[in-house]
Design a protein around this ligand. Structure first.
Ligand SMILES: [Zn+2]
Length: 310
């Protein structure tokens, strides 16, 4: 009886404080010495690459990058030498602080650095100073900015591996970068690829900026490279080992099909409000989680169709 009461009180506490179940970052082996730390609630993933010369980490949230670091410390006594973030959103670029002891070099696109300074920094500090228990992970921490900013492409040779880093342009965010590691047949997509989950609107400190045309174009660009890739690693959702380009095809089809559904409703005379209310998710995407993320996409599909037709 006591246990049940405690459970009930716990539930009431969770509901009243808005506290969610603790996040777990579960390590999943992608290739030899490459691990995805998959977020248990579908938020941003993190990827770790171990080499003889040290460790590279791709994407890190201030809330859970301590788990990424703990995983690294369990595997090796080598230091974290490089950090790369896919884009400026908090769930990918806010957690460099956790690795500060190792003094890694942090690489990002120039536009990402702009967004981190102009938007994310303010949100980070607001959260840090807030008393909301959901922001407890920010207390006493700093938003550490990148050390190197680039445009176009950059190649990092580290630990016997080639990291081909590409600024893919505007798609999910104002600028998403990807990392291709040919020796591992792995391609880190950031939020340009989400699996089994409705994609989120690119967001940084409450500013939304996804562009459907750009997103589809980027997926086309990456597919057109016909790279020797076994696994494209998603920013959200589970990695599909060995599924290769099929994941990119599915992500592209998602946008094309969903946009087409919105266009059909526009052709039938529906306004945005009616579309938001009456939209039926096509069968092939019905199993995707987090349907609440669609809300902002109806607006996006609708406005971008009305504005330019894309
Ligand atoms: Zn994300």
């Amino acid at each position: 009886m006591k246990a049940r009461l405690a459970l009930l009180l716990g539930l009431v506490w969770c509901l009243s404080t808005g506290a969610a179940a603790p996040v777990r970052m579960t390590p999943v082996k992608i290739a030899e010495n490459v691990y995805l730390l998959q977020h248990s609630q579908g938020s941003g993933n993190s990827t770790v690459v171990f080499t003889d010369d040290g460790v590279l980490v791709f994407d890190f949230h201030i809330d859970n990058a301590d788990q990424t670091l703990a995983f690294i410390r369990k595997q090796t006594d080598k230091k974290v030498k490089y950090l790369i973030s896919s884009h400026s959103a908090g769930d990918h670029a806010s957690g460099a602080w956790h690795f500060r002891e190792d003094k890694p070099v942090y690489i990002a696109t120039k536009n990402q650095i702009h967004d981190l300074r102009m938007q994310e920094l303010q949100e980070f500090n607001e959260r840090k100073n807030s008393n909301d228990p959901r922001n407890a992970g920010y207390k006493g921490k700093e938003l550490i900015p990148p050390d190197i900013g680039f445009d176009g492409t950059m190649t990092l040779y580290f630990g016997g591996l080639t990291f081909q880093i590409t600024a893919e342009g505007r798609g999910h965010s104002t600028g998403d970068l990807t990392v291709y590691i040919p020796q591992k047949r792995v391609y880190l997509m950031g939020d340009l690829l989400d699996t089994e989950i409705h994609p989120g609107q690119g967001e940084s400190a409450g500013v939304f900026y996804s562009n459907v045309k750009g997103w589809v174009q980027i997926l086309d660009n990456i597919m057109a490279r016909n790279l020797a890739v076994e696994t494209y690693v998603p920013g959200h959702g589970p990695a599909h080992l060995g599924r290769g380009m099929k994941d990119l095809e599915e992500q592209k089809r998602y946008f094309v099909v969903m946009r087409d559904e919105v266009a059909k409703m526009i052709a039938a005379g529906k306004n945005l409000e009616q579309i938001e209310k009456e939209f039926k998710i096509p069968q092939e995407f019905a199993h995707y989680t987090r349907p609440e993320r669609l809300k902002s996409f109806y607006k996006l599909f609708y406005n971008q169709l009305m504005e330019t037709g894309y």
